[in-house]
Unconditional design. Structure first.
Length: 196
């Protein structure tokens, strides 16, 4: 038998050159880069979920604190005396000098515990703890007439009109809950002045 086939071509094909494995290395590098990009995207998604959950938790705490402020204002309006029992008397005419700090929740000088807001609004798992408030009676002060642009009017000042009425002023401090009870949750502290 001859070494050539019918058409005159050799029966053995010439050997190809051996592959060096460069294609495999390039494919592995591309797979590694794509994996890193995918992991970065997953990490970013998890971070966004955490941020949105924290923002939602803070909004719930903020709304509960605002509700506590409103509850305190209603309690002031319902009271019949200027400084009822349960209020810190921080007025200039107070019988005892109490160290009225700007954050009464950290003040150990007052003898009562913060008032917790109770109701069906705050039951469930949305709010970590019942919101609380403290009312401080700041005193009875003169209220300027409505058309006066400034609240301070020393005697003899040109253009000042004298105050015609007095009102009781209160400082309300509310928080979203007891910090020891809401460990790891959003904590909101609000403060406002209230005139009655």
């Amino acid at each position: 038998m001859s070494r050539f086939s019918v058409r005159g071509l050799p029966t053995r094909l010439p050997q190809r050159s051996r592959q060096r494995g460069v294609a495999l290395v390039v494919a592995l590098l591309l797979l590694f880069v794509i994996t890193l990009v995918g992991l970065a995207a997953v990490s970013g998604t998890f971070m966004q979920q955490k941020m949105s959950a924290n923002f939602y938790d803070r909004q719930i705490a903020f709304q509960a604190t605002e509700a506590a402020m409103r509850q305190a204002a209603l309690a002031i309006q319902a009271s019949t005396t200027a400084a009822p029992a349960g209020y810190d008397d921080c007025s200039p005419t107070a019988s005892t000098l109490i160290n009225c700090q700007s954050n009464p929740f950290t003040d150990t000088g007052h003898s009562f515990s913060p008032t917790s807001v109770k109701g069906t609004t705050f039951t469930g798992t949305l709010q970590a703890s019942a919101p609380q408030y403290i009312i401080q009676y700041m005193g009875n002060f003169q209220v300027p007439v409505p058309n006066v642009k400034q609240t301070s009017c020393p005697p003899g000042q040109y253009g000042c009109k004298t105050a015609t009425q007095t009102a009781d002023f209160y400082r309300i401090t509310a928080r979203s809950g007891d910090p020891t009870a809401i460990s790891g949750r959003a904590y909101v502290l609000l403060q406002s002045m209230f005139r009655n």
